[in-house]
Write a protein that binds this ligand. Sequence first.
Ligand code: GLV
Length: 337
Amino acid sequence: MVKPRVYVTRTLPSPALEILKECCEVEVNLGEEPPSKRELTDRVKDKHALLCLLTDSVDGEVMDAASDLRVISTYSVGYDHIDVEEATRRGIYVTNTPGVLTDAVADFTWALLLGAVRRIVEADRYVRDGRWRVAWSPTLLMGCSVYGKTLGIVGLGRIGMAVAERARGFNIRILYYDIQRPPLEVEQRLNVEYRPLEELLRESDFVSLHVPLTKETYHLIGEEELKLMKKTAFLVNTSRGAVVDTRALVKALKDGWIAGAALDVFEKEPIEEDSPLLKLSNVVLAPHIASATVEARSRMAEIAALNIVSVLKGEKPLYLVNLDVLNVKSLEKVKMI
Ligand code: GLV
């Protein structure tokens, strides 16, 4: 039997490679940078599986180069970098790593929210820059209260729900918007109230985005939406940069349509050197690290590898994105080990 060949686009935390090496021949891109499109297309040619990151754009062209590719496993929950429809059409299984990063992202959402609202990054800079000259000042770096306010969660999936669960200690009223409403008992357990998006934006003191990037959510938050928000409100984005229209957000932050923002994701990553966001003090910026805990990243690595092994064993993987693929090519047909 041929040993399956796997291309891994970056060195991953343990135990991803160890798991794969038990039953596959593994080729890893050892560089710090993502492989170029050409490199990726070249490397996948003779492979049966691809383990990629969210920075690798896996489109029909890449798939065409790999005539025997059976599974694309992404080391991320988001899969907007993969043309899932094209994969399904070709009978390629697409898998991801949800669940295990939910808590890390929810924790980080709160860290960003508190960081922006209580001006923690500004305070840190103030101290390090040697500007702290008076022992205690009655009005220095005043933020606003988080306790008792209203949080609007856009996208009540796993992560949105975990953010809601963490709100309890802050005695926060939670509104949510989603295209799908969960059963009433879920709303009751989480103590969340449904609002159409416009109403949520009008009523919330903090708006946190937790939707996947799709055609429908591209620039979901633009000029019109930002203008609906309170002048005192904050926007937090740990989903995907393109869910927000950056140009509109910059205007909103500069012209005071909203009070501030906290962003872990950007339309262009890494952020452009001349991005106006870098000059604004009312925004907290992070380099797409919401899931970056040792615990989450090693579980993601394990699951990304196990997803590949399952498909190649002809077993349903833990997290299959394109369920329809089962009707295009059966697991029996993709089985190699
Ligand atoms: C991170 O953004 C992920 O999709 O896992």
